[in-house]
Design a protein around this ligand. Sequence first.
Ligand code: GZL
Length: 354
Amino acid sequence: MPRRTTAAAAAGLLALTLSACAKSVGDGPGDAGASAQQQVEATTGDASLCTPERYNGGVPQLDLKNVTVGFAQSEKEANPFRITETQSIKDEATRRGIKLITTNAQSDLNKEIADIQGMIAQGAKVLIISPLNSEGLDPALKAAQDAKVPIMTIDRLLTTKKACVDYVGWIGSDFVKQGARAADAMITATGDKGEVAILLGASGVNVTVDRTKGFKDQLAAKGSSLKVVAEQTGDFTREKGRAVTEQLISANPGISAIYAENDEMALGAVAALKAAGKKPGDVKIVTIDGTRGAVQGIVDGWIAAVIESNPRFGPLAFQALEDFYAGKGVPAKTIISDKEYTPENAQAELPNAY
Ligand code: GZL
């Protein structure tokens, strides 16, 4: 083994240190530090926690360090939510010394099914899945069931499937509560008056249904004077968010507020408002995710508030799998808590954004 010269070794060590340092201060999407990690707010589901004996008629006991775990990502990694989610899974697998293989469905349901089936064929003995839609994964779930490969789901919920039968458990945010918190922030930002447009998330996803329900129900519960005059899907993408906002403000010139069901669509809306000659604050925007771009948008005056949807699932997802095999069991639902970014805290909290 050729010995490296002292200079080269020092350079290598310096590079290693710098890269670790860059990561620790949150240089770009990824982890910003301990306070950015997901925190458990509540767990639900029937009392019987899921264990290998109870799951899917019983599955083999195993040591995670001796098998391959597969991670199926849903949407293309153009959105910092997805980039950070995947990085968090990879970082935690590395930290725990677990062999990980990953796939990305590029926002295509049939590809996510094929990805999951492919990882089982490659020998993955456990899966972590971030579902693209709340339904439609049946062929992949059956392949895992037949192969006795347990699935931990994160983020979007498989609404027609059963915990400890079709999947071990689920970890994610309370999306209805996110919508309600967005409504409260919108009431504050607008002084509870004006016309609101909603940029809906992708269809067929519980996140969209819940964030919309939470927002509208909270406006009604608070007896708000805000009026929802338009709602259209922007598919959770920046480009569609921009295009839809252009149409909405042209058809509804009285729009004074936009509720975007994710930051990528909100940033698309900002681009459309800029192109229309609007100034920061002319239209109040409230959005959900907590990406660096959106929180910077608060600092710059374009965005009024951001409700976080924390994508750093790595630690809790792998802890759930450890608990599963240790016989401690996994609850049907683990709900995480989410921060809120406002004009008062955005600058200071920016390092926790992703
Ligand atoms: C929410 C997640 C959503 C994000 C979007 O947990 O499913 O999907 O809010 C992403 O940014 O597209």
